[in-house]
Design a protein around this ligand. Structure first.
Ligand code: HSE
Length: 310
């Protein structure tokens, strides 16, 4: 069997939670980072990082992609080969767009390709979830689309969530960061029955709203009581930006993942107005944001090129 000596992967950004789907739903978006894994003749490992905020990524053995690379080889009980990892970042770090999920998925898939594909997609997904701790970023990063992930006693149930073609996701990426750890610390450990029922009902409505594109359903469905009321204190101007987006035609706005990126859903007709309203309103709070409409990435990890030794 030919041995893979080099593989280049593209991995999409993801937006987790979508309001009421805390820790269980996420969508892959058309923004990506690239990971190149090259088998070396000798040595141990080397890592270079280019692109957005590259200087902030560690290039020692604590690098998350390298950790994931090693994890896969440990899992298959093989010694990892010497490897050069080149990362080209297109997804900003610590903004709620799944940059750590891309690093984990990149390392696992890169190792799996170099090792001759010992694991199938489902096994890769389980390893990725165990590394990240929750499924909502790694699952869509790996397989694309909008996905609901539900744990059962024996394994994960992964469900495709249809996304109506008229629903446009707009991301507003601000010039400040929030770590997932900090954003999880502000959450209560217990919630009321009323808030639980609220989110259960809203997530059900969200699934139907996303499938049908019905604006009246989406306008209600994007609300949440489990995480956003606590996290919005970490994001200056949240309520005002939310109202500004809705006033010009957004169905609603949510915190993307653990934030601080905001995700608005709208239709094509209102897309430009929503972009302008979010950017202008946040600027009143001194926050400069890159605001752009994206599309849904349907594929997840893409192998851009692969070199084999016969
Ligand atoms: N569901 C996670 C959270 C996503 O909101 O904390 C961030 O990784």
């Amino acid at each position: 069997m030919p041995i893979v000596s080099c593989v280049i992967l593209s991995i999409p950004a993801t937006s987790a939670n979508l309001g009421p789907g805390f820790d269980c739903i996420g969508v892959a978006l058309t923004l990506d980072s690239k990971f190149k894994f090259t088998r070396l003749e000798s040595g141990n490992f080397s890592i270079t990082v280019k692109g957005l905020e590259a200087e902030r990524v560690k290039t020692d053995s604590s690098n998350l992609s390298y950790q994931a690379f090693i994890k896969l080889y440990k899992h298959i009980q093989q010694k990892p080969p010497p490897v050069d990892i080149e990362i080209t970042l297109g997804i900003p770090l610590a903004r709620g767009l799944g940059s750590s999920a891309t690093a984990i998925v990149g390392g696992l898939v890169g190792a799996n390709e170099l090792a001759g594909k010992p694991l199938n997609q489902f096994q890769l997904m389980e390893l990725a979830i165990s590394m990240e701790g929750h499924p909502d970023n790694v699952v869509p990063a790996l397989i694309g689309g909008c996905r609901l992930a539900v744990t059962s006693q024996t394994s994960w149930k992964i469900c495709d969530v249809p996304w109506h073609k008229n629903i446009i996701p707009i991301v507003a990426i601000p010039d400040f960061e929030i770590s997932t750890e900090d954003a999880r610390k502000v959450l209560p450990t217990q919630v009321s029955r009323a808030d639980t029922i609220f989110n259960t009902a809203h997530l059900g409505l969200l699934l139907r709203g996303l499938a049908t594109g019905r604006s009246d359903w989406l306008k209600t469905a994007l609300q949440d009581k489990l995480h956003q009321p606590y996290r919005k204190q970490l994001i200056a101007g949240y309520d005002t930006v939310n109202s500004a987006a809705i006033d010009v035609g957004a169905y609603g706005m949510v915190i993307s993942g653990a934030g601080p990126t905001l995700l608005a859903l709208t239709d094509m007709e209102h897309s430009a107005d929503v972009v302008a309203a979010i950017a202008a309103t946040w600027q009143q709070y001194g926050i400069i944001a890159s605001v752009q409409p994206l599309s849904i990435d349907q594929q997840g990890v893409k192998i851009i090129s692969q070199t084999q030794i016969q």
